[in-house]
Structure formats: structure tokens, C-alpha cells
Design a protein around this ligand. Structure first.
Ligand code: GLY
Ligand code: MN
Ligand code: MN
Length: 464
């Protein structure tokens, strides 16, 4: 955990945005895998972590604006718990660690909330993403578990998003550490990417590194020779010489901050000319996109710049045709680059996605497009100093999508479908880094993980 004052300051900052009401933060509970006692690795809710720090199940944090009081509700550990889990702190001690003055049994939470509501106090809570929390909160507030989520507080969401979007120096240090773990993961993947190894061998090694150095992976790693499937979670293939391996993996720091890096690796250590041609387009798109990053720039414009570079590169190879700007305006590039350029990153790998992308990535000045591809952009709004997000362009040849577009002759003025057929089994390439917006520009966070063609090849060929 960070030192107590950090949590106190964060709550003080949040309080300034409210004149009245009660802010309720439900911590997560253990989540069973196949029976109650066999649970997934516990992960605390990220907003709870941000304001109340404690990575412990069954807690609720409350900020009472009217009374200017803070509470931690939870269970006291019993002797039986201690027999199974070892010595445990008292609830009051946990509250103390994060500068909260009052602690109470969670059994009293319903009565506490009822008392407040009966006095006309508004209870603000964030959107729920675990079904159990819908039941719990509906029970606490005497409401309908199927409707309760619609009552999440827009005011609280906006306040939390505004605060969590701007990363402080200690948060950036955590992300940098998560990136150091990612460096170890990706350079290991590169060294391992030899014919005969399986995707699972690499998947297992990367999970091991993430648990050895941090709090495990920040999402299930995507380790696939079928990189044309954007989030491919099958890892059963054996690698063959000359294949492209997409490796999209990151870790959580010990304070639960994420990294999220993608590299595309030539199995055996040598890109073919065809692979190099496509790789260089993606890399150029990424570098130019990163170069644009500074406060005041809209991220949707960074995305569109990357898209234009991808279109221009594909036009040069004869895969697309026409004018890159017009092609992107029409959405033709999305046959090959069907996802957004990036997303916020922090305590969640897709930071605050549970609070609603419309709040995190969009605002009154920036509305979401409904065009295929651009519609998936998670971060579109104007950039501010302190934002951390990913830059992850890619080019993919997705046979099913190609077939659908080709059958409809979709955007045929911009796509040379005969040439596309030559790349049908190419796979996919994505390159992803994590960027901080500074006062005047940007900083690519973390140690440079090989990404130039020669450097990636050298890393595959190195003995470590
Ligand atoms: N790691 C999934 C993504 O890049 O968004
Ligand atoms: Mn990723
Ligand atoms: Mn990402």
C-alpha cells in the first residue's frame, strides 16, 4: 500500500466535488471458481483500492459528506479465520492504515444506510460489474437487483473518472514497475520464440514472471500465431519457423497498477520481406501517433493519423488504393485495422472501463462514431497531462471479414481485393506501448522493449 496520507488526500480531493450525500465504495468479495472455498486470485475493486487502499475482501468504504466522517465497514476476523489464515489485523487497525477514523461491523451497514436514507441523504455509488454486488447493494438499499445498476451516480462516476485519469508521480512509478515486469516477460517471449516451442510454453513462462515479480498478469496474455484474431485466448499451437507470434501481455505491480505491451515476433528470428513490409507500416504508424501526443490534442485525431499511415502503407503495397485520407474517412482501413488505437491504463488495464467508456474516453466535445472500427475507439477525447494510455496500432488479415467485405464489394474503390487474397493467411501484427502525457508532450513509459525489426530479430536470436 501507499502511505496513509495518499489515501487521505485522494478522499479529500473527492469530497471537494460534493456538497452533500454519502459516497459508498463496495470492495470486492472472494469469487469462487468451482466451489466456495476454491477461489480466483483475489482482486480488489480498483476504485476501492484508489480511495481505501486495502486489498482485502468484504470491505465497504463510506465518505459521509454531510457529517464529514469516513467509515470502513467490514468483518472482524474470528479465531477460526486465524487458524486457517494466520494472525490478522483488527478492523480498526485496517482503517487506521488508510487514515479512516471510524470502523464498524458490516452487519450494521444496512441499518446505517437506512438511517441516512430516512433523513433524505442521497447515497452515491459506482456502477457494479459483479452480479453478487447487485444482490448485495439491492439488499442494502431495499431495491431491485436487476435495476439497481441504473441508479449508479453519474456525479460520482464523473468525479472519480476525473481524479483517477490524472496519474500522480507514485502511480507512474508503479506503472513503470509493471512495465519493468513486462520487459522481462516480452524479452523472455522473444528468446523462447523458436520452432517446436508451444504458445502454452510462453504463456506459462510469462505468467510465472508476472507472479514472481508482481501481482500476476494484468489480463490473460494473448500469445498467438493467429494474431489476426485480436484477443485470441487459445495457446495450444506449436510454433513453426517463419510464423508471426503476437504477444500481448502485461503485469500488475504490487500495488495493482497495470502494464499492457504488445510485440509481434518472427518465430525463429527472421522476418520475411512481406512480414517486414507490413511490420514497418505498423511501426511507422505507432511512432508517428506517439509523436503527436501532447495536452490539448484529441486522441481520436491521433487514431485517425495512425489509420491514414496504415492506409498509405497498404496503398503502396497495392493492397489498398486511392487517397489515404479519403479511404480513412470512408472507413476502408478498418478492414485491416478494426480496433481503436488505445485505451486509458492505470489500476485497470482498460482503466475505469467498469465506470463506463462514455465517461472515460468521451465527453460533450467528443462523441463516439458509429463507423465500423472507429466505433471501438475507447479513448477519443482531448488529452491532459497525467493521462496514461496505450498506443497500439495493428494490421490484420481476418479471412472471415475479408470474405464478407469482398462479397459485398464493400468500399471497392479503396480496396484491391485480388491483392488482399495474397495476404489471406498472413496473420496479424500489433505493436503496443504505454504513454504518459506530460506538460508539453509525452513520455513512453518503461524500458525500451525491442521493437525495431533488427532489434526484435536480435532478441529472438539472443541466448539471454
Ligand atoms: N491487452 C488488451 C488490449 O491491448 O487492449
Ligand atoms: Mn494489450
Ligand atoms: Mn491495450
Amino acid at each position: 500500500m501507499f502511505e496513509r496520507q495518499i489515501y487521505i488526500n485522494r478522499r479529500e480531493e473527492l469530497k471537494k466535488k460534493f456538497k452533500s450525500g454519502l459516497l459508498l465504495f463496495l470492495g470486492n468479495d472472494e469469487a469462487p471458481i468451482n466451489y466456495a472455498g476454491n477461489t480466483y486470485n483475489f482482486r480488489q475493486d480498483s476504485s476501492f483500492l484508489y480511495y481505501f487502499g486495502l486489498p482485502i475482501p468484504n470491505l465497504a468504504g463510506i465518505i459521509d459528506i454531510d457529517e464529514n466522517k469516513e467509515y470502513l465497514f467490514g468483518y472482524e476476523f474470528t479465531l477460526e479465520d486465524i487458524v486457517w489464515m494466520g494472525p490478522q489485523p483488527k478492523l480498526a487497525e485496517l482503517a487506521e492504515r488508510v487514515g479512516v477514523a471510524n470502523s464498524e461491523s458490516i452487519n450494521n451497514l444496512k441499518k446505517f444506510l437506512k438511517g441516512k436514507i430516512s433523513k433524505g441523504v442521497k447515497v452515491h455509488f459506482l456502477p457494479l460489474y459483479r452480479a453478487e454486488h447487485n444482490l448485495k447493494l439491492a439488499s442494502l438499499l431495499d431495491d431491485d437487483p436487476f435495476k439497481i445498476n441504473k441508479k449508479a451516480s453519474k456525479k460520482l462516476i464523473e468525479a472519480v473518472v476525473e481524479q483517477r485519469s490524472v496519474k500522480s508521480s507514485e502511480e507512474i512509478a508503479e506503472i513503470e514497475y509493471a512495465l519493468e515486469i513486462a520487459y522481462q516477460m516480452h524479452t523472455t517471449a522473444m528468446r523462447m520464440a523458436k520452432p517446436g516451442i508451444t504458445e502454452n510454453d510462453i504463456y506459462a513462462a510469462l505468467n510465472g514472471i508476472a507472479f514472481s515479480l508482481g501481482n500476476g498478469v494484468s489480463f490473460h496474455p494473448i500469445i498467438s500465431v493467429n494474431g489476426q484474431t485480436l484477443h485470441n485466448h487459445f495457446h495450444g499451437n506449436q510454433l513453426k519457423e517463419g510464423q508471426l507470434l503476437v504477444c500481448d501481455a502485461g503485469a500488475e505491480s504490487l500495488e495493482f497498477y497495470a502494464s499492457d505491451i504488445t510485440r509481434t515476433i518472427p518465430v525463429g528470428g527472421k522476418f520475411s520481406q512481406r512480414q517486414k513490409d507490413i511490420y514497418e507500416i505498423v511501426l511507422t504508424a505507432q511512432k508517428n501517433a506517439i509523436n503527436m501526443i501532447k495536452p490539448g490534442v484529441k486522441h481520436v485525431d491521433v487514431h485517425l493519423t495512425a489509420a491514414k499511415i496504415i492506409a498509405a502503407g497498404l496503398i503502396q503495397l497495392g493492397i489498398m488504393k486511392g487517397n489515404p485520407g479519403e479511404a480513412v474517412k470512408a472507413g476502408a482501413h478498418a478492414l485491416f485495422f478494426p480496433h481503436g488505437l488505445g485505451h486509458m491504463m492505470g489500476l485497470d488495464v482498460h482503466d475505469m472501463e467498469g465506470l463506463g467508456e462514455q465517461y472515460v474516453g468521451y465527453d460533450d466535445k467528443t462523441k463516439r462514431s458509429d463507423q465500423f472500427g472507429l466505433a471501438y475507439l475507447r479513448l477519443a477525447k482531448e488529452l491532459k497531462p497525467g493521462f496514461v494510455f496505450t498506443c497500439e496500432p495493428g494490421i490484420y488479415f481476418i479471412p472471415e471479414l475479408i470474405d464478407q467485405w469482398k462479397a459485398k464489394k464493400k468500399l471497392k474503390n479503396f480496396i484491391n481485393y485480388d491483392k488482399v487474397e495474397e495476404y489471406r493467411n498472413f496473420g496479424g501484427i500489433r505493436i503496443e506501448d504505454n504513454i504518459l502525457v506530460t506538460e508539453n508532450g509525452y513520455k513512453v513509459l518503461g524500458r525500451l522493449i525491442p521493437k525495431e525489426v533488427a532489434d526484435v530479430e536480435a532478441a529472438v536470436n539472443s541466448q539471454g
